[in-house]
Design a protein around this ligand. Structure first.
Ligand code: HEM
Ligand SMILES: *[C@@H]1O[C@H](CO)[C@@H](O)[C@H](O)[C@H]1NC(C)=O
Length: 316
């Protein structure tokens, strides 16, 4: 009896002190409707606007790269901290927050109480978005809990900028436990969605080795001054998860400086060329790398909380 008590006491200490592994059926008992509810709302949102699938995938990335996948990107500013939404990579750029709000309220309603974290909702919404745009399915590992604060300065420091060269991109990914293969595979997220003129302007006016016709086409919609928010797709088929991103990067039609940077080394350029010809290889490696990204420093066990509202920390 005494020994059993001691063992369970030690077990509690151990589970409290160490991160718990995430696993796919985490909500099967506590909210069996969770995954189908998320998928229904994502499918509906993507059907209304294809780009929303891209925006939700990017939100998961921007969450995971700032103190781990903990839903911190979703928090609004408070007197205690400034929202990550105000950081340079997110301000007037990150979108999809209303869809996450809608998922949260529908999931909580379906479960009868809030048991699904905002961080997990983001991870599942990213997967369902990729699937809705024709990409691969994967089992999302679950059990992340939500952060009780956010950091604008960490978001500014830790989300890679499109002005980075290959070494800067490799560094950024390495700081998050991701290697050069993950960098090339995850950059394939740019097979969907759009970017604003202000974020590719320097690239199309100042970089060398850009397809001349592509450069003209982009300069026509993105002048040297003004029209900062004009959009261009990241590849020619922004509503389809396909290999066109890599095919275009390879022929010097990458939209961002950071896309073109993948050609700077034989290793990364070789991977771009291989993915451009092989959707199965890209899809397989993308799944491996995004599961790895989803495992960046999750809060588990008794860490963090399950928010009632993804924009706000629970008090009391
Ligand atoms: C490798 C470093 C990366 C850089 C420098 C980068 C940079 C950018 C920039 C500048 C934009 C345009 C934002 C705007 O115009 O408002 C963008 C869009 C996007 N990024 Fe990335 N990104 C990177 C990696 C990733 C990763 C890993 C993913 C996901 C796996 C991703 C998914 C997306 C998507 C889907 C969009 C389009 C969003 C939309 O249309 O709303 N990016 N990225
Ligand atoms: C290109 O480079 C020049 C010279 O460094 C700089 O003045 C300019 O702002 C850059 N960007 C564009 C869009 O011309």
């Amino acid at each position: 009896m005494k020994i059993a008590g001691l063992i369970s006491f030690v077990m509690i200490l151990v589970t409290a002190a160490f991160a718990q592994p995430l696993y796919p059926d985490y909500y099967d008992k506590t909210c069996p409707q969770a995954l189908s509810t998320i998928k229904r709302v994502v499918d509906d949102a993507v059907q209304q606007e294809k780009r929303m699938g891209a925006s939700l995938l990017r939100l998961h990335f921007h969450d995971c790269f700032v103190n781990g996948c903990d839903g911190s990107v979703l928090l609004d500013s408070t007197p205690e901290f400034e929202s990550e939404k105000m950081a340079a990579p997110n301000r007037n750029s990150a979108r999809g927050f209303e869809v996450i709000d809608r998922i949260k309220s529908e999931v909580d309603h379906a479960c009868g109480h809030p048991v699904v974290s905002c961080a997990d909702i983001l991870a599942v919404a990213a997967r369902d978005s990729v699937v809705a745009l024709g990409g691969p399915y994967w089992d999302v590992l679950l059990g992340r809990r939500d952060a009780t604060s956010a950091s604008k300065s960490a978001a500014d420091a830790d989300i890679p900028a499109p002005t980075l060269d290959l070494s800067g991109l490799i560094n950024s990914f390495q700081n998050h436990g991701l290697d050069v293969h993950d960098l090339v595979a995850l950059s394939g997220g740019h097979t969907i969605g759009f970017a604003q003129c202000r974020l590719f302007r320097d690239h199309i006016y100042n970089d060398s080795n850009i397809d001349p016709e592509f450069r003209r086409e982009l300069q026509a919609i993105c002048p040297r001054n003004g029209d900062d928010t004009n959009l261009h797709s990241l590849d020619p088929t922004p509503a389809f998860f396909d290999t066109n991103y890599y095919r275009n990067v390879l022929v010097q039609r990458g939209l961002l400086h950071s896309d073109k940077a993948l050609l700077e080394s034989p290793e990364t350029g070789g991977a771009v060329a291989a993915y451009s010809l092989n959707l199965n290889a890209f899809a397989k490696d993308f799944v491996i790398s995004i599961v790895k990204m989803g495992n960046i420093k999750p809060l588990t066990g008794d860490q963090g909380q399950i928010r009632y509202n993804c924009r706000k920390v629970n008090y009391g």
